[in-house]
Design a binder for this molecule. Structure first.
Ligand code: NAD
Length: 336
């Protein structure tokens, strides 16, 4: 099969492309290689892919509607895995337009590409952040996602709504993936594990927001890849018997579905730091700070439905996952 992977030089996109290629699939990868974080890391990921047979890279901004359309017409993709986005919560406070461009206009161009080219299945990245002010734990896909607390989250929720309209109007099967704090080798420099590791190795102190009283459902990258590999084969079907009055928010008469892809095992930030200290063999100097604007205190994925559909749910322990990250970090940045 031929896959389009957007955001292929990004953390998750790189891992997915690698898995698909290892499984003998054809992959066209798109990325604009923007400067949101260190481009040399994006290039290094890409360099792991470019020499593989069946991989073809196109440097492209998804807001370029003409070029996106041409790529769809030329390639006849069976599957699209859309991971490109302007990520990050803090950055959306200062740079709201970056989110409108990449996450809204960019995604609309992907939907249009799928609409006009008979793509069999579109999978796209959403986020646990859509749960916003929801206080029911664990977060279930039946819970409200009407109160996002960052523009990033609002654009991710918008992607889900845009997908529903296209699934309904044009019969495009779409699957939304609500990822919960993904971590692991080749991870993002703007995320806490990377920042903490860098600071601790440099002998600098680290900031623990909400005084360390934050819980995250940290999800290891290989578990994310496994879930996506299985979900790409589960194509949502239209359901003419569906009635609004008895429905849940993630079901529809249209071929549309959304899953939580998380570890179902939240970890307190302080415990996460302890695992990192053990992996590094260094005790960190910690500053206790107030919570940052737009951050939620708890995330916890209810993965019952994911497990029911694909017979798999993420389960890598943070001790293992953090060790794999630290091993990669030390080797990649040549630090002891
Ligand atoms: N990593 C996580 O913990 C996490 C959690 C929830 C959701 N997500 C979502 O998963 C997806 C992948 O996340 P990631 O951690 O790999 O992020 P990432 O920033 O590492 O990857 C995104 C890639 O998309 C590219 N990109 C951005 N805008 C683009 C545009 N307009 N045109 C073309 N390419 C563009 C970037 O250059 C980058 O390489 C994103 O949609 C993100 O919002 C990630």
């Amino acid at each position: 099969m031929k896959f389009l992977v957007t955001g292929v030089a990004g953390f998750i996109g790189y891992h997915i492309a690698k898995r698909l290629l290892a499984n003998g699939q054809d992959v066209v990868g798109i990325d604009n290689l923007n400067h949101y974080y260190d481009v040399t890391l994006k290039m290094a990921r890409l360099n792991q892919l470019v020499n593989k047979p069946r991989f073809y890279f196109v440097k492209l901004d998804l807001t370029d509607q003409k070029r996106v359309s041409t790529i769809f017409v030329k390639n006849n993709f069976q599957r699209v895995i859309h991971l490109a986005a302007q990520a990050g919560i803090k950055y959306s406070v200062e740079n709201p337009l970056a989110y409108a461009h990449a996450n809204l206009v960019g995604y609309l161009n992907i939907l249009e590409g799928c609409r006009h080219n008979k793509v069999e299945h579109l999978l796209y990245a959403s986020s646990s952040s859509v749960y916003g002010l929801n206080r029911n734990l664990p977060f279930s896909t039946v819970d409200s996602t009407d109160h996002p607390i960052s523009l990033y989250a609002a654009t991710k929720r918008a992607n889900e709504l845009m997908s529903h309209s296209y699934s309904h109007l044009y019969g495009i099967p779409t699957t939304g993936l609500r990822f919960f704090t993904v971590y692991g080798p080749w991870g993002r420099p703007d995320m806490s594990l990377f920042k903490f590791t860098k600071a601790i190795l440099a002998g600098q102190s680290i900031d623990l927001y909400n005084y360390g009283n934050i819980y995250r459902d940290y999800t290891y990258i290989d578990d994310i890849s496994e879930a996506i590999m299985r979900l790409q084969a589960v194509i949502p079907k239209a359901n003419p018997a569906w009635v609004m009055e008895q429905a849940t928010p993630t079901t529809s008469s249209a071929p549309y579905h959304i899953y939580n892809v998380g570890n179902d095992s939240p970890v307190r930030l302080t415990e996460y730091i302890t695992a990192l200290e053990q992996a590094l063999g260094i005790t960190a100097c910690k500053n206790m700070c107030a919570i940052q604007l737009g951050d939620v205190i708890n995330t916890h994925a209810d993965t019952t439905e994911l497990y029911k559909v694909i017979g798999f749910k993420p389960a890598t322990s943070i001790q293992k996952g953090i060790k794999y990250f630290v091993d990669w970090y030390r080797e990649f940045y040549k630090v002891n």
